[in-house]
Design a protein around this ligand. Structure first.
Ligand SMILES: NC(=O)c1ccc[n+]([C@@H]2O[C@H](COP(=O)([O-])OP(=O)(O)OC[C@H]3O[C@@H](n4cnc5c(N)ncnc54)[C@H](O)[C@@H]3O)[C@@H](O)[C@H]2O)c1
Length: 371
């Protein structure tokens, strides 16, 4: 703490740092300073420092040097997926609180190491699932908590884009990201679904993973972000999971950056309960989410539409600023007041565990049992 404010460092000054973290942290200037910037590309850290840095903010190219600074209280990890584990562990060992971008890790093994380091540290830990802060997500969560849906026994987690393969950064690079749309956007849809169901006990997972369109030059035409390079495309283009929970509830997860469907739907869930159902309809190019509650009123089947301006954020060319400041404020308050962050590490761990099991099931051609 310096002058009563948390000193925050951001590691990785690329897309998500610029679109979400820097503006959000800046909006919480009464609670924090952005005191250090780190990127292996020094010009990125330098540029961010001059735009968002507090007085005397420092610039680094090696996160290990940054972590030696005793004045830093909080580290935001905004690097490609595979590096989340070593950077987060090093930050806990240096005694910092950590907000790590989603997904927690590329594998369950890495996620477990992060959980162990967190528990040893006694510090706060959260993962960047900002979609939970969308007004429609908050409303759906409340609806579920009030029991309006009854027992939720079937759900669909939607993360399907017709053609929106990210063409910047290292997204199609398996060695740095660990996978494609499943780990990138499937992670948000599954997080929302498990959180609304409040069910974190998966027992078995079946998965199918496809590399069908990514290598086809003709499929890359019409991509929202411009054509991708089929030669360097290394990850799946779509993946599907069938997840059974301990209480018998079942979730179907669909994730695609490219799939020949009519409608795109992202960071969304469909929940089916004994009393009513709920569907989030939105994502990608749509600016708002429509939340629909399906029920029976006076013997008639009804649909209640709850619209709001909640927008999914944070891909090139589109962002929804309000969600990010809510996420950031709740996180900083959790540190300052010693309370729980909304996104708890155990919950994000289960998301990574399920995604990893879908990849494994597809590789090994069998059902994966989880304990
Ligand atoms: N919450 C969301 O909705 C959301 C959206 C986009 C990305 N993300 C996540 O954020 C992370 C980064 O994605 P991005 O789109 O910003 O990628 P990006 O490629 O635009 O930025 C990553 C930055 O990290 C830097 N970097 C790489 N290794 C580093 C290291 N060891 N030390 C310091 N800097 C390093 C790169 O040079 C780059 O500037 C990913 O894990 C991604 O899943 C989350």
């Amino acid at each position: 703490m310096k002058n009563g404010k948390l000193q925050v460092a951001v590691v990785g000054c690329g897309g998500i740092a610029n679109q979400k973290h820097f503006p959000a942290l800046k909006s919480q200037e009464d609670k924090c300073d952005i005191a250090a910037f780190c990127d292996i590309k020094p010009e990125r850290a330098q540029k961010a420092c001059s735009e968002y840095g507090a007085e005397n903010a420092k610039v680094y190219t090696d996160y290990r040097e940054l972590l030696k600074d005793p004045e830093i209280d909080v580290v935001h990890v905004c690097t490609p997926n595979v590096s989340h584990c070593p950077i987060t562990i090093a930050a806990f060992e240096a005694g910092k609180h950590v907000l790590c971008e989603k997904p927690m890790a590329a594998t369950t093994e890495d996620a477990q190491k992060m959980m162990d380091a967190w528990k040893k540290s006694g510090k706060k830990f959260t993962i960047g699932y900002q979609n939970r802060f969308r007004p429609d997500a908050q409303m759906l969560k409340r609806t579920c908590e009030e029991g309006k849906l009854g027992e939720i026994y079937f759900a669909k987690a939607h993360a399907v884009r017709r053609r929106a393969v990210p063409t910047w950064g290292v997204f199609p690079d398996k060695s740095q990201q660990g996978g494609g749309p499943l780990i990138d956007i499937g992670t948000h849809a599954l997080d929302i679904t498990l959180w609304c169901m409040d069910n974190y006990k998966p027992v078995s997972v079946m998965g199918s993973v496809f590399e069908k369109l990514g290598h086809l030059p003709e499929a890359a035409e019409g991509n929202m972000f411009g054509p991708w390079d089929p030669e360097t495309y290394e990850v799946e283009d779509s993946a599907f999971g069938y997840i059974k929970m301990e209480n018998g509830a079942t979730i179907f997860l669909e994730a695609a950056w490219a799939l020949n469907v009519k409608d795109s739907r992202e960071a969304a869930t469909t929940l089916c309960g004994t009393k009513a159902g709920a569907e989030m309809v939105g994502g990608m190019s749509q600016q708002s989410y429509d939340l629909v509650i399906n029920e029976t009123t006076g013997g008639v089947l009804t649909e209640e539409h709850i619209s709001d301006s909640g927008s999914i954020a944070f891909f090139e060319g589109a962002s929804g600023g309000t969600d990010a400041s809510k996420e950031c404020r709740q996180w900083l308050d959790a540190i300052l007041n010693d309370t729980e962050p909304l996104v708890r590490p155990e919950q994000a761990f289960t998301v990574t565990q399920i995604l990893d099991a879908i990849y494994r099931s597809a590789r090994e051609g069998r059902e994966i049992r989880l304990s």
